[in-house]
Write a protein that binds this ligand. Structure first.
Ligand SMILES: Cc1cc2nc3c(=O)[nH]c(=O)nc-3n(C[C@H](O)[C@H](O)[C@H](O)COP(=O)(O)OP(=O)(O)OC[C@H]3O[C@@H](n4cnc5c(N)ncnc54)[C@H](O)[C@@H]3O)c2cc1C
Length: 371
């Protein structure tokens, strides 16, 4: 039973946003930046954000050559260039909004490991460079094979370097964005799992287990968990990703961000530790799930790669492991759309939502403001 005061001040807003990941919080921030008088409330099911935004490995990247070639095969050259531009602009937007030091962004170069001596990826470096040159005004990718002995990698024939790629602290990013939203006057309620969205003539209601929130407009920013909330058959499949934090016995010989096999595997240095994840492609069916957990088959493959490729001849300790849930579809483009008069969605951020999330949030906010 709620009082009049609670109903007015806590349960009624102009805009409700479901999901406190990078997309939902960025949408909230944009709404308040553009329209400071709007009452904006974010509802998050977890005590902490519980999807992908605080579970990734903190790559500030826009795609390795093999990944971009794969993008070309599905969305064409223009589509790939457009996606890279959005990823880059999204990262710049996040840096501008929060400040580079607040998210601990460091640009130490990104690298792709290639295990075959003769590889079509190497043959296509110049093609990808030519496509991206007009945007970056420089060739982004080059061979840095001379660094392979220095980095100590096993089985690696080629190393492609991208000097623009960086790494960040994903926990600091979301907590800074959360604080930024609070400073703008956004209310964020945690422990509020929305079970149902009901639209009435003059309002939209988000029903949680024990209470309901109402607003004039509502944005669904629940990424992989969207199908439970929106009846429309959106093309969204969940994809679980695992990350391990590894403490090497000796100092790491490399720093930066690293990928292989079209970005399915990725590792980076983190203040002397190694963060290593991926391998979803080994068990696609099992990993198409919204349940958190660690697949032992994938973990074994990651440990094998640690022993043979990344830290050969070195002991290490796996300090922590965790998983996060991403959202994929037949296209790599996020879904930003109006679902009804009062409801919009910004979902399906794929494997590069850290980069693109702030722009998707901005697009969601614009859809709300322009309706
Ligand atoms: C292991 C891993 C590695 C990754 N690597 C990279 C990378 O290298 N580069 C990159 O750019 N991106 C990467 N990503 C992807 C990136 O993290 C995501 O694309 C991005 O965080 C998605 O943000 P989001 O806000 O849209 O979704 P999420 O972060 O999933 O946020 C959705 C929120 O909605 C909440 N929610 C869901 N249902 C409800 C409900 N019914 N009621 C209330 N709240 C609800 C969830 O708890 C969650 O907090 C990676 C992700 C993972 C898991």
């Amino acid at each position: 039973m709620f009082s009049l005061w609670e109903k007015q001040s806590f349960l009624t807003s102009d805009v409700l946003i479901i999901g406190a990941g990078i997309t939902g919080l960025s949408a909230a921030a944009t709404l308040k930046e553009q329209s400071p008088d709007l009452q904006v409330t974010v509802l998050e099911r977890g005590v902490l954000p519980s999807g992908a935004s605080t579970k990734n490995a903190g790559f500030a990247c826009f795609g390795s050559v093999s990944e971009l070639l794969s993008d070309i095969s599905t969305i064409g050259e223009d589509g790939m260039v457009g996606l890279v531009e959005k990823r880059w602009d999204g990262l710049q937007k996040t840096c501008q909004r929060l400040g580079r030091s607040m998210i601990d962004i460091q640009v130490k170069s990104g690298y792709e490991l290639i295990f075959e001596e003769k590889s079509s990826v190497i043959e296509n470096i110049e093609r990808v460079n030519a496509l991206l040159n007009p945007f970056f005004q420089q060739n982004v990718f080059s061979l840095s094979n001379d660094k392979i002995p220095q980095f100590g990698f096993g089985q690696t024939h080629h190393l492609i370097e991208n000097p623009l790629e960086g790494q960040l602290d994903t926990g600091k990013l979301i907590s800074s964005l959360w604080k930024y939203c609070a400073e703008l006057g956004v209310q964020v309620y945690t422990g509020c799992a929305v079970e149902n969205i009901i639209e009435e003539e003059s309002k939209v209601i988000a029903q949680c287990k024990e209470l309901s929130f109402e607003a004039k407009k509502l944005a669904v920013c629940t990424n992989a968990f969207t199908r439970k909330l929106i009846k429309e058959d959106l093309d969204i499949s969940p994809g679980r990703g695992i990350v391990m934090s590894v403490i090497p016995e000796k100092d790491l010989k490399f720093e930066g961000t690293f990928h292989y096999e079209e970005g399915y595997y990725y590792f980076r240095d983190y203040y002397g530790k190694l963060l290593f994840g991926g391998g979803r492609n080994l068990a696609m069916e099992d990993e198409t799930t919204t349940e958190f957990g660690v697949n032992q088959q994938i973990k074994e493959k990651l440990l094998e790669d640690l022993n043979t490729i990344i830290l050969p001849d070195q002991k290490y300790e796996v300090e922590m492991e965790w998983s996060g849930i991403m959202a994929f579809g037949t296209s790599k483009q996020p879904i930003v759309k109006r679902i009804s008069d009062r409801v919009v969605a910004g979902v399906r951020l794929g494997g590069m939502g850290v980069a693109i999330g702030s722009l998707v949030g901005e697009e969601v906010a614009e859809l709300i403001l322009n309706s």
